[in-house]
Design a binder for this molecule. Structure first.
Ligand SMILES: *[C@@H]1O[C@H](CO)[C@@H](O)[C@H](O)[C@H]1NC(C)=O
Ligand SMILES: *[C@@H]1O[C@H](CO)[C@@H](O)[C@H](O)[C@H]1NC(C)=O
Length: 276
């Protein structure tokens, strides 16, 4: 009897050692459980989901021990099977977006934009001599921001065209809502270009590091310390305080997936009320 109790106590304290931190997070009165999907990917950034195949694309920083220079690489994670695959052939691969209607994946790097066919594992350079891509966003057509220009362009039928209303302003990251209002960030904060009157409205001094649209086109963004959404009335709401965030996406079941430190974490609703 004594032995059984001792063993039971050992098991409990053991469980304690394995999970020392609280793995729950509350977002808009729903409790979510954290689950690590992938470890050992430094600064997972610029994530995008192919909702058709449940595949998460992202970039991460692969510091080279020889040169001590940060090199960006791109990879995907199959959210059903957990298969992890490093994508080759893109120099300085950094940006990703998916045309979820035509099932096309676009990746961006130092030399421009690539169409990626992942059954063949082949990246085709679609704009040779293109600018260095900072971010990609698909909404009926492909939008991208370029570095060091800090401008936003569309890419259609092989042609890059600067978005004329924003040709005189810096843009780092961009996203469009279902009404084609254009949200953009630069080092001053978050702004909206109203589709109806083409006026630029300032929304706040957010230090945005990712924009994303869920499967229904609702917009979310992250800063290094939290998650936010933009509602149908174009208002910004903070959803959660989270540490060390590099990027946020929302999967097809409305779970949050984010990059933090060297991990990719999924938040799934749970009926648990507390950590232990
Ligand atoms: C960011 O964009 C706004 C709106 O166009 C502009 O007023 C501001 O000067 C820009 N910030 C920088 C640093 O260029
Ligand atoms: C932007 O669009 C919204 C909705 O169409 C409108 O209410 C608002 O007045 C517009 N202009 C500005 C500057 O916010």
């Amino acid at each position: 009897m004594k032995l059984i109790i001792t063993l039971a106590l050992l098991a409990v304290s053991h469980a304690h050692i394995i999970k020392p931190v609280c793995d729950l997070l509350s977002i808009q009165n729903i409790i979510y459980q954290k689950e690590v999907l992938k470890e050992n990917v430094n600064d997972p950034y610029q994530m995008a989901i192919d909702y058709n195949t449940n595949t998460l694309f992202f970039s991460y920083s692969a510091a080279s021990p020889m040169t001590e220079v940060d090199v960006f690489e791109q990879a995907y994670l199959n959210l059903k099977t957990n298969e992890f695959h490093i994508i080759s052939g893109i120099i300085g691969g950094f940006a990703a977006t998916v045309d979820n209607i035509n099932h096309k994946v676009y990746l961006g790097g130092r030399k421009g934009i690539y169409a990626y066919d992942y059954e063949a594992d082949k990246a085709t350079h679609v704009n040779p001599n293109g600018y260095s891509i900072w971010q990609l966003f698909f909404k009926d057509k492909l939008y991208y921001t370029a570095y060091p220009q800090e401008r936003v362009y569309t890419f259609e039928d092989g042609n890059s065209i600067i978005v004329p209303e924003l040709s005189h302003t810096m843009v780092q990251l961009v996203a469009l809502d279902n009404d084609h209002n254009m949200y953009f960030s630069n080092s001053s904060g978050l702004f909206r270009l109203n589709e109806s009157d083409k006026l630029i409205v300032e929304l706040g001094d957010y230090n945005i590091n990712s924009f994303t649209a869920d499967i229904n086109g609702n917009l979310y963004f992250s800063t290094p310390s939290g998650f936010y959404n933009i509602d149908n009335n174009m208002n910004v709401h903070q959803l959660a305080d989270v540490d060390d965030v590099f990027g946020l996406v929302v999967d097809g079941d409305n779970n949050f997936i984010y990059g933090s430190g060297d991990k990719i974490i999924r938040l799934t609703p749970t009926t648990k009320k507390n950590c232990f």
